[in-house]
Design a protein around this ligand. Sequence first.
Ligand code: FES
Ligand SMILES: [Fe+2]
Length: 308
Amino acid sequence: MSTALHSSKRFMRPPPQYAHDWFAPLRSCDVVAGKITNFSFMGHELIAFRDAAGKPVVLDATCPHFGAHRGVGGRVVQGCVRCPFHGLYFDRGGQCIKGDFVADPKNLRHVKSVPWTVHEAATSIFIWHGPDRERPARPLRFAEPGFFDGWSPPVTNAGRRLAPTNLFFPTENIIDVQHFYAVHHWGLDDIRQQPAEVADGSFSAVMRMTWTAGAQSPSALIRRLGRVYKSSFDFHISILGPGMALSISRLDPEQGSLELMNIILITPLNPTDCQIRVVSAVKRSFAAWDQSPLAMASTSLKKSSSRT
Ligand code: FES
Ligand SMILES: [Fe+2]
C-alpha cells in the first residue's frame, strides 16, 4: 500500500481566474467619444463608450430587451448607446430611457442592465469585478488624491496577451526573486527587505539591483557590447492585489536621481487567457526613500483600509 510519503499522485486546485478587485482591461485611448468599444473581461462580452460628459461607461454587450449584441451595429447617440435591434437607448446607468418606436418612455422602466462600476485613472479604464458590480468593496489605489503628484503624466503600452495562464501565476512571478536575474538578467546585489506582507496589506520586497545594457537582447553582439554599461538602482516592488503591482526604481544621484514608476496590470479575459499591460511615469527626486510615492501610496492605502 502506498503511503502519502511515497505516493506519486499529485493534485493542485488552480486558483480562481476571476478574482475580485479592480482591473483595467482598457486604456483610456481605447474608448473614443462617439464610438462603441467591444471587449472581453472576466468571461463577459462587454461594451464601452463615453457619455455626454466624456466619462467612460461599461455595459454588458447583450441588450436586456431581446438579447442583441449592442456593440454590433449599435451607435452612441447623445451619450447613450442605441441598440440596433429595436432602437432602444440606454444611459450610463444601463437604464433604457427612450425608443425610436416607443411613445411613452415610462413603458421602458423595466428594461435595464446592471452597469459596471468604472474609474478612469492612470491612463486606463478600471472596472470593479466583485459580488456587487455597483458597490466596490475597496477603493482604487491609483485614484487616491495626490498619487501622481510630482510624476510625469503616466503613459501605457498596448499590453500583450498571456495565454494560457491563470491570473495568479504572473502576479506571483512579479515578486519572484529568482526571475529578476533569470529572465531580466539583472544582477541581484542585495535583498534589503525579503518578500513579505507589510503593514499596508501589500506583499513587498526591496532590492538593490544592477542593470546591464542589452542583457535581454536576442543578439549576442548587442549583449556583448552592452556589458560595458551597467547601472545600479534601488528597486521596491509591491503586489497590491490579484493582477496589480507597483514598482519604483530609483537611480543613484550620479545617474540623475531619476525614479521610474511601473504599474503592472494583469486582467483575466476568459477562463484561460489574461492580458498584461504596464503604465509608467518618471520623476527626478532627491527625497529620501521613505518619502517615495510608494510610501505615499502605502500611507493612503492605510488610510483607505482604516476607512473600510
Ligand atoms: S434587443 Fe436591443 S432594443 Fe431590442
Ligand atoms: Fe519580471
